[in-house]
Design a protein around this ligand. Structure first.
Ligand SMILES: CC(C)(COP(=O)(O)OP(=O)(O)OC[C@H]1O[C@@H](n2cnc3c(N)ncnc32)[C@H](O)[C@@H]1OP(=O)(O)O)[C@@H](O)C(=O)NCCC(=O)NCCS
Length: 157
């Protein structure tokens, strides 16, 4: 894993930029649900990891992972357009996966819009398998695709 730019846990002052990136890159054309207050709550939540990478004092990428019993759920992930295809998404997910393993999670789940081919390719490339279609999952009627990655096998506790 590369360490430039370094990935770290988000701080409260990152919340506004994370929310703006979610609005522009993930929730584009949909109601904006990840507003700064919700992101701030996630940053402060003990069962949620919000990871960021900053370059030249600008948010370059972030990911939000929630822990649910033995599963982890990757709720949001985005890389600034000018930084995409440079390995930053892989780096953020790798950092969150390492945290999930350390926390004892068995499996990571994530959901992508069915029409988000770049994201589906990206997750497939990182070892996530498509396991279900959720019809009309998004408010504009687009289906969701559920992907998962097992971090440890059934016999590994
Ligand atoms: C999906 C996303 C997070 C990928 O981040 P990234 O930093 O560009 O990804 P990486 O550079 O680590 O790419 C790793 C591999 O994933 C695949 N991949 C990434 N983007 C791709 C694209 N646009 N088309 C096809 N494959 C892609 C490639 O195999 C890539 O390896 P390569 O560049 O050597 O070919 C980024 O495109 C993004 O932020 N999109 C907008 C928000 C979004 O859709 N988030 C996910 C849903 S919540």
């Amino acid at each position: 894993m590369t360490t430039d730019p370094p990935v770290r846990l988000a701080r409260p002052e990152d919340a506004a930029e994370i929310a703006a990136m979610s609005r522009d890159l993930i929730e584009r054309g949909l109601p904006w649900t990840w507003r700064p207050e919700r992101v701030l709550k996630a940053i402060r939540h003990p069962e949620t990891n919000v990871a960021v990478a900053r370059v030249d004092d600008e948010l370059a990428a972030f990911g939000i992972m929630e822990y649910l019993e033995t599963d982890a759920y990757l709720a949001l992930l985005a890389v600034a357009p000018s930084r995409q295809r440079t390995g930053l998404g892989t780096e953020i997910v790798g950092w969150l996966e390492a945290s999930a393993i350390a926390a004892g999670a068995r499996r990571i789940r994530v959901e992508a819009r069915r029409d988000n081919v770049p994201a589906r390719n990206f997750y497939n490339e990182l070892g996530y398998h498509e396991v279900a279609i959720r019809r009309g999952r998004y408010s504009d009627g687009v289906d969701g695709v559920v992907l998962e990655k097992w971090l440890r096998g059934a016999g590994e506790g």
